[in-house]
Design a protein around this ligand. Sequence first.
Ligand code: MEV
Length: 339
Amino acid sequence: MKRVTASAPGKVTLFGEHAVVYGEPALVMSIGRRVYVSAELRGDSNVRIAASDLQLPGVTVTFAGNELVVETDYGRTLSAVAYLRSAVDIVSNYLNVFRGVNLFVRSEMPVGAGLGTSAAVAVATILAYANVLGYDLRKEELAKIGWEVEKSVQGTASPMDTSITTFGGVIKVRLLGSNNYEIKKIQVNPSLPIVVGYVEREARTKDLIIKVRKLRERHPELVDNIIRTIGMLVEDAEKALVGNDLTLLGELMNVNQGLLDALGVSNKRLSDLIYAARAAGALGSKITGAGGGGCIIALAPNNQEAVEVAMKLSGGLTMRTSLGGPGALVHSEEPPTPQ
Ligand code: MEV
């Protein structure tokens, strides 16, 4: 049976999350960790999804006496599956072909942590399914269909995550209207010294986007000014990135964090991690992604280990990954099982 495996990387948003939803630019970078989706055509019209290897941070296993209790955050599992299902439907409509398919998913990243896993799941599924049907999508088409999938599941989404997981590297993204956006590839030092920290997520991306929207409805001028200031900061950050000016980058990360806090998307656990990283010598630290828990990034050129230890002591997990990984691709042979 013909089987196609595609993969797509996760990402860290360096600057500009949330403001990107309102038309400001954002800077985003792919990471070395990926989501893999394999597709096999079936003889019938069913879609079967096996996602047993998705790492779900909401899943916990506890021993209570002789009993083994498995608690699953079904909301998160179901939402990961929703991206796969929607990807198949939207590709079928786009290509005007539908065939039943078996999909196998595995992820090297925790789902729903703010590393763009949902976009990576969507884009890898689109690529694997289109390919097994015999279609070769252009990158621009892939990114655009990926964005449609994210919007169909989340209601609101900027094209940031689906663009970076498609193209990889570092890009600057700006929304130009409800259906249009521009992206610019940025050449930067690929060994940017970033440490990723993680605490459990308390709120979903969708709800955080709604929270910011409601704050803006109550204080339109105030919030618009915060959003515009984030946009200004992104322009400065682009220059600092291209010039590899780490001190300036760190300072801008801290300013961006203050503005995200003002938008109400931080919380105590994230703040604890962010300040612990700075106290241990990071040049800057901020939320990456939607907030409400999830991931932070710290810029630590000289003292990565001290920063990791500080984050662990304040209740976080840390993750090592390379940065700037390749965008979505089809594997000519079965890739090794990810760690
Ligand atoms: C989520 O990774 C980042 C947000 O800006 C939402 C989006 O861009 O779709 C909060």
